[in-house]
Design a protein around this ligand. Structure first.
Ligand code: C2E
Ligand code: CA
Ligand code: CA
Ligand code: CA
Length: 262
């Protein structure tokens, strides 16, 4: 009995959870900050644990990454997200974009782009409606990252650089990789209208994104003051509790009119 036993136990529970379909995708809307319309959603995974309740990703994603189980889980996430967006498109939200987060082991598995292509074909989703969110940390493999990202771009999907500004190499990635969208990290958005330095950083990132002809998303918007600051500084897309928390698909659809009125 000891740590190895415990680790095996967790692994067994995790595999069981996949078989029992205990994982759920929640969706948080992204809004066009000019029109107030929903332009897409980000898929965020949760584990509906039979004893512990709804677990947030930070409680199991690190384990999934270290054990390699993120590969089957990630494939389920991608397929589920593609099927969901396809369903919403068919019910009238024809231009809605689906954003899916990727972990390093997923991105660097052999023939990842082929797997993505296969899921796109299977779900009949037009590639430009799929957007991968990749953090700077995941890009760290200077050797493999450019190759895989170019392969993914070749399929026609979009790439966002997530948590922008928190890594050591932010600008290098912009220079080196075919990035469509920059997501300003929540930590800068939080105090953008009260802290002069944070505000200046946010303004500069927005302006740079425009110059580079990239989309710009601010995440973690929870107050009207933040929203006004971002709108005044021409940030085009926003996401955060102010508009909506991540929600199960049916609840999001029920709320969609209220969210768009903000
Ligand atoms: P992230 O990709 O940076 O996602 C944004 C996180 O901020 C989400 O937390 C979201 O619920 C939260 N958030 C959104 N708006 C606000 C706000 O206004 N205020 C605050 N305080 N938080 C807000 P969540 O869902 O707990 O996810 C945490 C992280 O787990 C994600 O960070 C991502 O790195 C990872 N993750 C989530 N789903 C997946 C997935 O399907 N695959 C992988 N590989 N990672 C995932
Ligand atoms: Ca993300
Ligand atoms: Ca983020
Ligand atoms: Ca993050």
């Amino acid at each position: 009995m000891g740590r190895i036993y415990e680790a095996l136990q967790v692994e067994e529970d995790f595999i069981k959870a996949m078989e029992r379909k205990e994982f759920r995708l929640y969706y948080q809307p992204k809004l066009d900050l000019v029109s107030g319309k929903i332009i897409g959603v980000e898929a965020l995974v949760r584990w509906e644990h039979p004893e512990k309740g709804l677990l947030p990703p930070l409680e199991f994603i690190p384990f999934a990454e270290n054990s390699g189980l993120i590969i089957p889980l990630g494939e389920w996430i991608l397929r589920t997200a593609c099927l969901q967006i396809k369903e919403w498109q068919e019910s009238g939200y024809v231009h809605m974009l689906m954003s899916v987060n990727l972990s390093a082991p997923q991105l660097y598995q052999p023939e990842f782009a082929d797997k993505v292509q296969q899921i796109l074909t299977e779900t009949k989703l037009t590639p430009k409606f799929l957007n991968f969110e990749i953090t700077e940390g995941v890009m760290l493999d200077a050797f493999q990252a450019p190759k895989v990202i170019r392969e993914l771009k070749g399929l026609g999907v979009q790439i966002s650089l997530d948590d922008f500004g928190t890594g050591f190499n932010s600008f290098h990635y912009l220079q080196e990789l075919p990035i469509d969208t920059i997501k300003i990290d929540q930590s800068f958005v939080q105090n953008c209208y009260t802290d002069l330095n944070d505000g200046t950083i946010v303004k500069s990132i927005i302006e740079m994104a425009h110059q580079l002809q990239m989309n710009i998303v601010a995440e973690g918007i929870y107050s009207a003051d933040q929203l006004i600051f971002l709108q005044q500084n021409h940030c085009n897309i926003g996401q955060g509790y102010l508009f909506s928390k991540p929600l199960p698909p049916d609840e999001l659809m029920k709320q969609i009119d209220n969210i768009e009125q903000i």
